[in-house]
Design a protein around this ligand. Structure first.
Ligand code: AMP
Ligand code: ZN
Ligand code: FE
Ligand code: FE
Length: 273
């Protein structure tokens, strides 16, 4: 059993890196990729606590990108070498963009009479503070009646406190991860709601995408079958994982999405290029 997609408290998961590591050991997973959003901190903390044993711990990332105006997630796996320093610096800049955007949204909210502090919203969002945390806080403080109303009144695109988030395009993400020595997989493609998946995947493959995340809890068996066929047709590798977030997403268990060990072997082959 392997799981190539999991989050820790360093982004938006509810298990600390050590807890996630021990959970994977208890399940006797053969491989676990820690793929926090835009940070390696969770992987690094877990890697320092690893015991030698049967579990292969994989350094991964889930990069927040854009496809047109839609947000798109790109998985990166560093299987054969550590990511280039330059890439880590670039990631730091991405995290800074998010923080600056949060400050801008707070400023707008303050002008709208909804005064909340950065510390409060960051306490809720930890390593990945974004609009959902703003929305919950606005409700908790009585500035909105409900989560949906918080979005409608303040936070949704076009609402007065909305600030667009700077994020790389998928193409840039693919190139950055590749240059840093990693292998890329398009995360949960169902969420892109692409009108023409085949041509999207083809154009990303042309830009250097290595794999498609075929197996994911958001995919029906029919979705996975379709993605598997498309991957084969386009010569792309296949990945999968539970996208485990712990209590933050309680219906999904670690290791609950079946993924063949060959998927990982193929990624390793690609990683040696
Ligand atoms: P951010 O990355 O800070 O822009 O936040 C994006 C997240 O906000 C999405 O993943 C959704 O969970 C949530 N979200 C975005 N728009 C809405 C909306 N109109 N109503 C409710 N939740 C939303
Ligand atoms: Zn997440
Ligand atoms: Fe994702
Ligand atoms: Fe994820």
């Amino acid at each position: 059993m392997i799981d190539l997609h999991a989050h820790t408290t360093c982004s938006d998961g509810s298990l600390a890196p050590e807890q996630l590591l021990r959970a994977a050991e208890a399940l006797r997973l053969q491989a676990l990729a820690i793929t926090d959003h835009d940070t390696f901190q969770g992987y690094e903390q877990a890697a320092a606590l690893r015991r030698d044993g049967a579990l292969a711990l994989i350094q991964g990332i889930e990069l927040s990108c854009k496809l047109g105006r839609r947000s798109a997630h790109l998985l990166g796996y560093f299987l054969c070498r550590r990511p280039a320093k330059q890439f880590e610096q670039w990631l730091e800049a991405q995290r800074l963009h998010r923080r600056q955007r949060n400050l801008q949204m707070l400023e707008r909210l303050r002008h709208l009479g909804a005064d909340i502090a950065l510390e409060e919203v960051e306490a809720a969002g930890r390593g990945l503070t974004g609009r959902p945390h703003f929305a919950r806080l606005l409700v908790a403080k009585g500035f909105a009646q409900s989560y949906d109303e918080a979005f409608h009144r303040y936070l949704s695109e076009g609402a007065p406190a909305y600030v667009e988030r700077e994020a790389p395009t998928l193409e840039e993400g693919i190139e950055r991860i590749r240059q840093a020595g990693g292998v890329t997989s398009l995360a949960h493609p169902i969420r892109l709601r692409a009108a023409d998946e085949a041509s999207l995947f083809r154009s990303l493959a042309d830009r250097g995408l290595d794999a498609i995340e075929v197996f994911h809890p958001d995919h029906t068996p029919a979705d996975s079958a379709r993605y598997l066929e498309l991957a084969r047709k386009l010569g792309l590798a296949v990945t999968g994982g539970s996208d485990f977030h712990g209590e933050a997403k309680p219906t999904v268990q670690l290791g609950s999405v079946p993924v063949h060990n060959e998927c990982l072997e193929e990624l390793r082959r690609l990683g040696r290029r």
